[in-house]
Ligand binder design. Structure first.
Ligand SMILES: Cc1ncc(COP(=O)(O)O)c(C=O)c1O
Ligand SMILES: Nc1c(O)cccc1C(=O)C[C@H](N)C(=O)O
Length: 404
């Protein structure tokens, strides 16, 4: 692949026009949109309106002018991206909090089934929250096993199988329908963490028959740092499962101010407290961008961007740990290097922002909405340079930041 080849791909790119809808900083090739997505231009005026008019002028009246319905309204905007119905998704809290609610609900659902099964090396919060959830349910246990032992770990004690669709480090992707069917065959519920796949790969929860899902919105959905997360509960489970964090916003009549808790119908029962309206406003403007997007185009461009970096990595002699088959991966590419932290820092110093995942992974996010093929080609050329010149040996790249 030459720079001219990359430019030719850009000329025929059906998603090229979306780049202008993002405020990309000058002089940076941003390959970290799988951790924190770029600011969509539409967010700034939307947030300004929420601040100055809705909060500043309308004040408390704004709760009746769109704020109170924000969790359901935003849920309906995420629904098409995950193959859900509008009334199966709610937005608010964090992915970690939604995971806790869903896991405890699943553990309490059937007293004969008190085990959570999950994957060793899953994103840490999933396992930490699962630990916390079993601690809240007498007799509950957590079984964490390697990927190749997951099928065998399912049994008649399994309450729920918790998997992250796309692995945060390697980008390996589970087959949604296949693993949902395996969980069901064992009599368990299937809970997916879609944090690294929503907005990155096509998702159809309904076709997969998934029961529960959570996901974060500050990565490929560009909702902003700490943007509220989403929770999906398939319609058939909405009345049967109970939210263990029974806050007033999930009450059937929050403004009746009664002492006893009575859950709302549908997804509203999964709310806890007052949603962060400023964060909701940013996310809503970011979500509106997805109205006109064809996920098949996202998948095709992601595969093309991956191929460019895979070629550059191979030329640099790096071991790629992400699957070669696009259907079996998400939208990032990871390479193993003994000094991956220093390599990441050397790239950042050259304007290519990716990240390091301990102990030895250089991770580069491929976000088809705002990256050009030429950007990625250029990043690949710089990666080859940093490896060939051993630029990463500069002692300046050894100092570890708190966030890597
Ligand atoms: C798979 C996965 N789950 C959850 C999270 C984050 O959860 P939270 O937004 O609660 O920090 C991340 C990334 O931060 C993630 O990669
Ligand atoms: N949520 C993050 C944060 O608050 C600080 C730094 C990074 C993050 C991330 O999102 C990490 C990300 N989930 C990952 O896959 O590594």
């Amino acid at each position: 692949m030459t720079r001219d080849d990359a430019r030719a791909l850009d000329r025929s790119d059906p998603l090229a026009a979306f780049r202008d809808r993002f405020a990309l900083p000058e002089g940076v090739i941003y390959l970290d949109g799988n951790s924190l997505g770029v600011l969509p231009r539409a967010v700034t005026p939307a947030l300004a309106d929420t601040l100055t008019r809705q909060w500043g002028e309308r004040l408390i009246r704004s709760w009746n002018e769109g704020w109170i319905e924000a969790p359901q309204r935003l849920g309906a905007k995420i629904a098409p991206l995950i193959g859900a119905a509008a009334d199966e998704v709610i937005v608010g809290d964090t992915t970690s909090t939604h995971l806790f609610k869903a896991l405890v609900a699943a553990l309490r659902h059937d007293p004969a089934r008190r085990t959570i099964v999950s994957e060793a090396g899953n994103f840490p919060t999933d396992l930490h929250i699962a630990e916390g959830a079993v601690g809240c349910v007498p007799g509950a246990t957590l079984k964490v096993v390697a990927r190749d032992r997951l099928a065998a770990a399912l049994g008649d004690d399994t309450a729920v199988l918790l998997l992250t669709h796309v692995h945060y480090k390697t980008a390996e992707r589970f087959d949604l329908a296949d693993w949902s069917a395996r969980a069901h065959a064992a009599g368990a519920l299937m809970l997916w963490d879609l944090s690294h796949s929503v907005g990155a790969v096509p998702i159809d929860l309904a076709a997969a028959g998934a029961d529960l899902a959570v996901g974060c919105t500050y990565k490929y959905l560009n909702g902003g740092p700490g943007a509220p997360a989403f929770l999906y509960v398939a319609r058939q489970w909405q009345a049967a499962l109970a939210n263990p964090v029974s806050g007033w916003m999930g009450h059937a009549e929050p403004f009746a101010f009664t002492d006893g808790y009575r859950p709302a119908e549908g997804m509203r029962r999964w709310l806890v407290g007052t949603p962060s309206i400023l964060a909701m406003a940013s996310l809503e403007a970011a979500l509106d961008l997805w109205n006109d997007i064809d996920m098949a185009q996202i998948a095709a461009k992601s595969a093309a961007l991956f191929a460019i970096l895979a070629e550059a990595g191979a030329a640099a002699g790096l071991a790629c740990v992400s699957p070669a088959d696009p259907a079996q991966r998400g939208s990032h590419i990871s390479f193993r290097h003994r000094h991956a932290y220093a390599v990441t820092q050397a790239l950042i110093a050259r304007g290519v922002i990716g990240d390091f995942r301990a102990p030895d992974v250089l991770r580069l996010g491929l976000t088809p909405l705002y990256l050009s093929h030429e950007d990625v080609w250029r990043a690949g050329a710089l990666l080859q340079e940093v490896i060939a010149d051993e630029a990463w040996r500069d002692p300046a790249y050894a100092t570890r930041n708190a966030v890597t």
